[in-house]
Each structure stands twice: as C-alpha cells, then as structure tokens.
Ligand binder design. Structure first.
Ligand SMILES: C[S@@+](CC[C@H](N)C(=O)[O-])C[C@H]1O[C@@H](n2cnc3c(N)ncnc32)[C@H](O)[C@@H]1O
Length: 306
C-alpha cells in the first residue's frame, strides 16, 4: 500500500509557506508533503529533502520531477543538518518540516524487519544500504547485555514486561541466535503472560518500537536535528514536527517549551494538533500523530538584553 501522508493540510497550514521560501523536509519518505511544499514555494523557492533511506529518495525523485522550485535531495540523517546544508551551500532556512518514524513502504516492502506481521531479517535500519548501517536489531538482541536490552525496552518502548522479555531473549540466544522477526515474536510471546498475548495491540509492538528507536538512534537524532535547525532558522522561521509516539513527542514539546522560556520564539501550538476522526478512519496509521509548531523570534530576547 502506498504511503498516505498524515495531517497533510494541517502541516501545510502550519508551515505558512511563501513563494521563495527555503524549506528543509528532513523526512522525505514518499515526498507526499514535499510535493505540496515545492508547489507552495514556487519557482523562486528552494527545497532541501533529506532521508536516510535510499529507496525513499529514489521514490521522491520521481514524485518531485517537474516541480518548479530548486530541489536538493540528500541521503543522510537530519541530525546532520548543518553539514547537509553546507554541502549544498545554504546557510539559512525559513522552515523545517519533520514527519517522524517510518513510511509505509519500509513497513510493508523493505524486507528489513520493521513489522512483526512478516517474517523478515531483523535489521530495522532506516538506511537500505547495510554497508552504511551495519548495526542492526539483530546485533542488539544477540550481543547486548541483558540489562541494556531491558533498559531500551523500558525506555524506548515503555514495555511493562521489559525485564522478562530481556531475560527470555538472553535465554533463547544461548540455544540459537535470534535472526528473524518471527524468532523475536516467538520469544516475546513466551516471555509475557497469556492475557497480554490476547490484547488488541500485538504483544511485540513495544519491543519492535524500542529496537527500531535504538538501532536508528532516533531520540538523539531528533534532539540534534532540532538544535541544528534552530541555528539555521531565519527570524520568523518555523519548525513543524509530526511525531508518532510519546517519547519523541516529549522531546519536541520540551524543546519548544524551553525555547519559549528562553525568549527564542513562540509555540504556535500550545496543545498539539491531532488528526480528525475521519482521517483516523481513512488512515489508521495516523491515530497517534501529534503536530507541534514553533516560530523563531530572537528579537524579543535581544530587546530584553539591551
Ligand atoms: C513518516 S515518513 C515521511 C513521509 C512523508 N512525509 C510523506 O508524506 O511521504 C518518515 C521518513 O523519514 C525517514 N527518517 C526517519 N528518521 C530520519 C532521520 N533521522 N534522518 C533522515 N530520515 C529519517 C524515514 O526513512 C522515512 O522515510
């Protein structure tokens, strides 16, 4: 199934795009948002599109073909925004857009083990090039100490059975390595109580989320990407972020709140925007989405300092 962009109109509205804007889409995916961004900024606008995933970039190239603005597509981590901008000789930007997490193609067709519904190798890397990203979920479950596995399951998955799942992983790997998603699902099912196995949410959901976050160092990337973007953002520029789970939403919320306290700008969203019931019905993947927006205004801070 092709990727359906989440909170599309809301994101566009919050980006408040103008002709000629320089915009970074740090999570291109299938360029659903990026295409509308390119249309809104027009011929004189500049779009820098970033994705870790080479396959997403290839899809975006096709999708954005014919867009009038100048477009730079870059493979990499949005956490390295400064380097990426300098590689295309751009210093300041008007907007940053992030639509975090996975795209549907990664979940359904990448053969990288993002979904517990398919038996695939346990990789979970955003990059499709394993030479660039040799560290995988398989490394974590087969090589990390039990306590470290427990920590990420609890910290990044908020998994209440973190300890027993970590114990079962270590017990299991002594017999044979855990190499596929099916291997991991079987271990999780063995580790949790029966009632947990029959809940509406699949018992391995949180374990998979935690491993993916750890493999791609998603929380540190988000923190670094936001700080880098702020440095390059023009006065009045905006950062719009859509997150899909509470751990990343907390980072965005906290960062924007701190910036506002330090008089670096204002939060446009005091409360996050969420999808309508209709959007959730049409695209269940959108149900946990939260959109937050920050607008940079350093002038108020400078005035106070004078
Ligand atoms: C939800 S999808 C974006 C979908 C896109 N907005 C659209 O409408 O088609 C998220 C994308 O961001 C990429 N991604 C996630 N974290 C990243 C990071 N730190 N740096 C670069 N790309 C990242 C993923 O590979 C994925 O393709």
């Amino acid at each position: 199934m092709a990727h359906t962009s989440v909170l599309l109109n809301e994101a566009l509205e919050h980006l408040a795009l103008k002709e000629g804007d320089t915009v970074v889409d740090g999570t291109l995916g299938s360029a659903g948002h990026a295409l509308l961004i390119a249309q809104a900024i027009g011929k004189s606008g500049v779009l820098i599109g970033i994705d870790h995933d080479e396959e997403a970039l290839a899809r975006s190239k096709v999708q954005l073909k014919g867009a009038a603005s100048s477009i730079h597509l870059q493979q990499g981590n949005f956490a390295d925004l400064s380097q990426i901008l300098s590689s295309v000789s751009i210093d300041s930007i008007d907007k940053l857009f992030l639509d975090l997490g996975l795209n549907s193609e990664q979940l359904e067709n990448s053969n990288r083990g993002f979904s517990f519904k398919k038996n695939e190798p346990l990789k979970m890397t955003f990059s499709s090039d394993s030479t660039k990203h040799p560290f995988t979920a398989e490394t974590i479950v087969n090589e990390w100490e039990e306590g470290s596995i427990e920590d990420i399951l609890r910290g990044y998955g908020e998994e209440r059975f973190a300890r027993s799942i970590a114990q079962k992983i270590v017990e299991h790997r002594k017999e044979s390595p855990i190499k596929t998603t099916d291997d991991l699902v079987a271990v999780v099912k063995e580790a949790v109580p029966a009632w947990y196995r029959f809940k509406k949410i699949h018992p391995a959901t949180k374990t998979f989320q935690a491993l993916r976050i750890a493999v791609n160092d998603e929380i540190q990337s988000l923190k670094r990407g936001l700080l880098d973007a702020y440095e390059h953002l023009n006065e009045g520029g905006r950062i719009v972020v859509i997150s899909f789970h509470s751990i990343e939403d907390r980072v965005v919320k906290h960062t924007f709140h701190e910036w506002e306290k330090e008089k670096c700008g204002i939060r446009i969203t005091k409360k996050p925007l969420i999808p309508t019931e209709e959007e959730i019905k049409d695209n269940p993947r959108s149900r946990s989405a939260k959109l937050r927006t920050f607008e940079k205004h350093e002038s108020s801070k400078q005035k106070e300092e004078e």
